[in-house]
Design a protein around this ligand. Sequence first.
Ligand SMILES: [Zn+2]
Length: 237
Amino acid sequence: MEQKSVIKLSHCDKDIYCFFVPDQCPECGVSFSGKRLEEAPVSVPSPFSNGHKEPCAFLVTSSEDGALRDFDGGSDLHTGITDTNGVVYSYTERGVQREHAGWERCVCVPLVQPDMFSLMSQWDPYLEKFSSAQTWDPAWQSFNEESHNCYSYSLMFINCVLATQSKRALSKDEFTRSFVLPRIKRASKYITLCREISQNHFYIVDSLRRNSGEGPSEDEDSKNNRDPLFLTRPESR
Ligand SMILES: [Zn+2]
């Protein structure tokens, strides 16, 4: 779907989202040409990234943008883990897939801080060994949409790595709530925003109501959990 980048400008106490700076304010009609806006337009960062360029990350992708809205860790979405070269490992009915393409538009949860050299150097062998285990062999244990799926594969791998770092495991709930859902919500808002702009040229929200949850503002969700999961400093909990 839309790959254009979204910009935000402010006028008339409104936040105006669009793909191009308009000639005039869509609210009051004042011409912008030759004038300076009170505030320079800012670009709204896309919540999507190319998974093949995100080493050591947890990825969520979807064949349809719409599925992101209904995200509940279920089967509408596909999740995977990248190795240090951006090859995506994901578990399917046919076993573990290793893909060099197809994950170009993902929600990405970075897992490793780039200066964690010892973990980075072991990441690929860990991932390969983990993926070769019998539990992911379709002849041994079959895929189950509820309990033995791409999400459990990805999370189990993360927990194996946490164990090597002497850290406690994350429950599915905890991982979803802290690391995945905030990003999915941001992606879902962004998709809605792009759709509105495509249809109406603008998406306009009252600046004062920004935090009431009606507008796709850059709320605290988008700032939370930008940090990789595996940090060099010890966990505070
Ligand atoms: Zn105006």
